[in-house]
Design a protein around this ligand. Structure first.
Ligand code: SF4
Length: 502
């Protein structure tokens, strides 16, 4: 799908990628419905709270080292700044930087602003952010309130920009625009592609943009790329405005996460001529092989990649065999964002584990390059058809399902869910670091982490003895997906088979 930089707003995922937040069935059915264009979202008659794309956009942009954010909305919309700040502190700490807080200002829209308009407080907020932080750019993130009352954000921003002389960039990410919080990544990238990234003055054939989150794997990637004659440029987090403006100079862009990188990678390819590498995620051996091989093909380093991978295979083989032996047949439920979920399902099955259910917090029927996500297609190539569902962190569905399938372990990526598995007595691993299970060494380390979690499960067991779940017996006896509309669910009988007590 074309990424239009002449528009002020990114098209939301529901429209651009036919993304959904409700589905229950199997991976093969999900892929088939995506490829045939028939996939529809199953709405819910009951929903728990979930995340908002505004928080996602401002959290991601707030990690740019010399930028500031003005969140134009009621103070409650800044509630997740604490989480963004914790992540930002961690990213600074692993870089040995002096730590500071994120630079986010909220305009504190009140009833008065909602009735009479919030343009004036927005302008004051921008001027205050400039005075307080002296940033190189200011990003203005919108909220439901500013969107509903129709504040003329763009005109206010233009006036402020003329006064302070730095880019002041709107980021349209009102919570009601999209049910999918990852639309916030796209809104953030749209702001960068439209106002910050500049056409390349020179091309650098050795440079590869690496889109990631905190970027803990920088040293490992720098070493691997170095052997291939390549230089990684990590971002967007912990980059500055000047560095981001030159992302157009690179020979290619690659991402640690397909959900995260799709908009920026394809936007750079379509509008700045920087090829985007669409591959499996580099988690687990087959994912890493595919990721690096496709990068090699894109930048003309096929031979170097082949040699490197052959060497790694020999080195890792004995330990991997041992790990697979210990993990064989262990039952696991996965719950993550869509690209991570489907890549981790592949990776854990490769380790010999039995993935008994896969939750993804949304699902993109296609990515911006046009095809069904490769990680989903990859899972259809084996005989096994894994039960999956799509659920925007609807904990009532996840907890109900966990209570029925009783896996040996839950592997998630978000604390808001992983903690519940632990409270239920199920050992859990939270993959908060996106470079967990990266490459050969990372795969071995993660294998040992699973073995450790399975071997010492006393935290989960002891917690479960002391904690009462907030759900009633009645709910736990129901079909986990009974609040989802039936049209996109597997037939009741098939569902019972998949969710049967194991
Ligand atoms: S933007 Fe809307 S959905 Fe997001 S926190 Fe504010 S009110 Fe809630």
């Amino acid at each position: 799908m074309a990424i239009h930089l002449n528009l002020s707003q990114a098209t939301i995922r529901e429209k651009r990628l036919k993304s959904i937040v409700g589905y229950q069935g199997t991976i093969k059915d999900l892929a088939e419905q995506s490829q045939s264009g028939c996939l529809k979202n199953a709405t819910r008659g009951f929903s728990q709270a979930t995340n908002c794309n505004s928080g996602c956009a401002q959290g991601y942009l707030s990690t740019i080292t010399d930028a500031a954010i003005v969140n134009h909305g009621p103070i409650g919309c800044a509630g997740d700044v604490a989480g963004a700040n914790a992540g930002f502190q961690w990213g600074q700490s692993i870089r040995d930087w002096n730590q500071r807080n994120v630079r986010i200002i909220n305009t504190n829209m009140s009833e008065k602003a909602v009735v009479f308009g919030g343009d004036q407080i927005l302008k004051e907020g921008i001027l205050k952010a400039y005075e307080r932080f002296k940033p190189k750019a200011i990003f203005v993130t919108t909220s439901c309130a500013s969107g509903i009352i129709g504040d003329d954000i763009e005109s206010t921003i233009k006036k402020a920009e003329a006064e302070i002389g730095i880019p002041v960039v709107p980021v349209f990410c009102e919570g009601f625009r999209s049910q999918i919080w990852a639309s916030g990544f796209d809104a953030a990238f749209h702001a960068l592609l439209t106002r910050i990234v500049k056409p390349a003055e020179k091309k650098r054939p050795e440079l590869v943009n690496v889109i990631n989150f905190a970027g803990s794997g920088r040293a490992v990637i720098t070493e691997i790329f170095g052997r291939l004659g390549l230089v990684p440029q990590f971002g967007i987090p912990y980059s500055n405005i000047e560095e981001i403006s030159r992302w157009s100079e690179a020979a290619a862009t690659i991402s640690i996460c397909g959900t995260l990188g799709s908009y920026m990678g394809n936007g750079l390819e379509q509008n700045f001529g920087v090829p985007y590498v669409t591959a499996l995620q580099p988690h687990g051996i087959s994912g890493f092989d595919d990721w690096l091989t496709k990068l090699g093909e894109t930048v003309g380093k096929e031979k170097e990649v082949e040699e490197y991978l052959a060497e790694q295979k020999v080195l890792a083989a004995p330990e991997l065999e041992e790990i697979k032996f210990k993990l064989k047949g262990k039952k696991v439920v996965v719950g993550m964002g869509p690209s991570f979920a489907h890549n981790y399902i592949r990776f854990l099955e490769d380790l010999g584990m039995e993935v008994v259910w896969g939750f993804s917090w949304h699902y993109d029927a296609k990515h911006d390059h046009g095809g069904c996500p490769s990680c989903t297609v990859e899972l259809t190539k084996t005989d096994k058809d894994i039960p999956v569902s799509v659920s925007d962190q609807q904990n009532h569905e996840v907890i109900n399902l966990l209570s029925k399938v009783k896996p040996d372990i839950f592997i998630g990526r978000h604390p808001g869910m992983s903690v519940w598995a632990t409270k239920m007595g199920i050992p859990a691993i939270m993959v908060s670091d996106e470079y967990s299970a990266f490459g050969y060494q990372g795969t071995i380390e993660f294998g040992h982490r699973i073995i450790d979690a399975l071997t010492n499960n006393s935290l989960a067991v002891n917690l479960s003895k002391r904690i009462n779940l907030p759900y009633t017996e009645w709910w736990l006896e129901q079909d986990p997906f009974s609040f989802q509309e039936q049209k996109n669910k597997k037939r009741e009988s098939e569902n019972k088979k998949n969710v049967a007590v194991r």
